[in-house]
Write a protein that binds this ligand. Structure first.
Ligand code: TXA
Ligand code: MG
Length: 315
């Protein structure tokens, strides 16, 4: 992308080197992943971790996900178990994060995991971040590249919107294909899901038995705020479209189509709807609407993750 945003770079040999050098110096870089864009820093560097919390205005109690190229590098920092290997084989690299016990010898900066004795690890699939991880001899701590409690960015311009020039390097890896954050599975004890994602509880349960939540997922992740994934406007759930003043997020075929209707997926495809969720919410905000109404989204498969994010956005 050749553009007016002097801190957004397309990915090539030169910008690979630039990103790697910047990370080695303890600076932070915004990188694309298949889920959402992240704000990455050296997970073994105190200064890098400090910078991440500061720029995101993130509460110190909310730990970060550590990104690795493969399980081999991760084995330096966490205790890998049987359940981990089953899920790793099936879903990695990909949109899933594992909570595992931290090794005593781990070099992860303790503030990155909010001084817990567990660490969240992930193996992202996106070509850009994988190439960068392969070139480093340390893992990348990387939260979503947004101000704390806001919407995760799904393209480089969203990251720019959040931080302007405060982030010196934003690598353009196109639109994030999945569009919502990874599924978080706690494997440090009895397996359970802490954050639903595109890989659904049922899919995971086929490989590793998990405690399946009967209804809505309760907040379990440390430091996770009740209000999260917020577009900065009131969000009202389970509404039928009626008046013209507010924005309506709808799903599936609908006979009349108005300018204030924003369809997540005309084909009623929940995967497509997840990929469009943050994009649509940012668009609505930019258009100046003051309130968002959302119609009912089926609570199955990726719909579970969509409803989780919408519920938190509406708090
Ligand atoms: O898709 C993703 O996971 C993206 C991309 C950039 O990789 N990252 C992301 O990071 O969503 P973040 O920081 O926005 O969300 C991390 C989540 C939080 O809910 C946090 O509470 C949880 O992971 N988490 C991190 N460490 C944990 C731990 N030790 N135990 C339980 N939850 C943890
Ligand atoms: Mg986040």
């Amino acid at each position: 992308m050749k553009n007016v945003y002097s801190n957004i770079y397309s990915f090539n040999k030169k910008t690979l080197k630039k990103s790697v050098n910047s990370l080695k110096l303890g600076n932070i870089v915004s990188l694309p992943t298949e889920t959402v864009y992240g704000l990455g820093g050296n997970a073994y560097s105190k200064t890098a971790i400090k910078k991440i919390y500061k720029i995101k205005k993130r509460p110190k109690s909310n730990p970060l996900i550590i990104h690795y190229y493969s399980f081999k590098e991760a084995s330096n920092d966490v205790l890998l178990n049987k359940n981990f290997f089953k899920l790793y084989k099936k879903f990695c690299p990909g949109p899933i994060t594992f909570i595992l016990k931290k090794k005593k010898s781990s070099k992860i900066v303790s503030s990155a995991s909010a001084t817990l004795n567990t660490i969240a690890i992930r193996f992202p699939k996106h070509r850009v971040v994988r190439t960068i991880l392969k070139s480093l001899n340390f893992p990348i701590a990387m939260p979503s590249a947004n101000l704390s409690s806001g919407l995760s960015p799904v393209n480089p311009l969203d990251v720019y919107d959040e931080f302007k020039k405060k982030v010196k390097i934003i690598i353009d890896g196109g639109q994030s294909k999945i569009g919502i954050e990874s599924t978080v599975v706690d494997l440090s004890g009895k397996p359970k899901i802490l954050r639903p994602g595109i890989i659904s509880p049922n899919q995971i349960n086929k490989t590793v038995k998990i405690i399946l939540p009967k209804r809505n997922l309760k907040i379990k992740s440390p430091g996770m705020l009740k209000r999260h994934y917020s577009p900065g406007l009131p969000v009202v759930l389970n509404q039928k479209p009626s008046n013209d003043k507010h924005a309506y997020i709808i799903f599936g075929k609908i006979s009349d189509n108005r300018v204030n209707y924003f369809n997540l997926s005309k084909n009623a495809d929940l995967k497509e709807a997840a990929a469009n969720l943050y994009k649509v919410m940012r668009k609505i905000k930019k258009k100046g609407y003051k309130k968002i109404f959302v119609s009912r989204i089926p609570n199955i498969g990726p719909g579970i993750a969509i409803n989780d994010r919408l519920r938190r956005a509406s708090k």
